[in-house]
Design a binder for this molecule. Structure first.
Ligand code: SF4
Length: 222
């Protein structure tokens, strides 16, 4: 465990919907302060210098005047853009924090310290801004919060697992709530807190409830 970490249980909002109800209602004078993955905010900070098309998919309520988004890319901070592909090896983001796993690129270069530096910088921003919660891009070895992959993702078969990336693990260890862009049920419940007329679609499910995850990744370790 890194210095200064707390013992608070991780809180991924889709897995703890009671925490959504507990999140304060924002106002124009006290807007939500939401930490958003840089690519999800539309920044061209992906490994290939694009936003992966995610900027066009962000929830409408990001633009509500009672919401203030602050965006950050931990991999860009640690490695720059464009960059090689950072992949988890030997465990998830928590295991990396505990020095039981590493982050390597596709050439097997150890970039663990760069990912940890990016995660620490993201945490510092979250603490400075006193964020209410974070909306992070899933699948990333840094920002993932539902599904990650272990090993080089350019080599088939890709070993998908349920789990979190390095930056997400650090945010969770410090008590910050996290949701991914693949969790429309939770994002809808958050949107409903801003607009009482908004009726979340009862049919939508979060990523850990999706048929693909239930078929391929049946066991949730957390
Ligand atoms: S590290 Fe996070 S913010 Fe940066 S490109 Fe990957 S998912 Fe997006």
């Amino acid at each position: 465990m890194l210095s200064g970490e707390t013992e608070r249980e991780p809180v991924r909002l889709p897995h703890h919907l009671d925490q959504v109800a507990a999140i304060r209602t924002p106002t124009r004078t006290e807007p939500w302060r939401v930490l958003v993955s840089g690519c999800l905010a539309g920044s061209p900070c992906g490994v290939d210098g694009t936003d992966y098309g995610l900027g066009a998919t962000q929830p409408e309520w990001f633009r509500d005047p009672r919401v203030r988004c602050v965006s950050f890319c931990p991999e860009d901070h640690g490695l720059g853009t464009p960059r090689n592909m950072p992949d988890l090896h030997g465990g998830d983001g928590f295991a990396v924090l505990d020095k039981e796993a590493k982050v390597l690129d596709e050439h097997r270069t150890d970039i663990t310290e760069a990912l940890l530096a990016g995660a620490q910088a993201m945490l510092a921003l979250a603490q400075r801004e006193r964020i209410d919660f974070a909306v992070l891009t899933d699948r990333s070895g840094a920002c993932g919060s539902q599904v990650i992959s272990i090993g080089c993702r350019f080599e088939e078969p890709v070993d998908h697992r349920r789990g979190v990336g390095v930056a997400t693990a650090l945010l969770l260890r410090h008590g910050f709530d996290v949701v991914s862009q693949r969790d429309p049920k939770t994002l809808g419940l958050l949107g409903a807190k801003l607009d009482e007329k908004f009726a979340p679609d009862p049919e939508v499910v979060d990523h850990h409830e999706s048929p693909w995850v239930l078929e391929h990744l049946p066991l949730d370790p957390k």
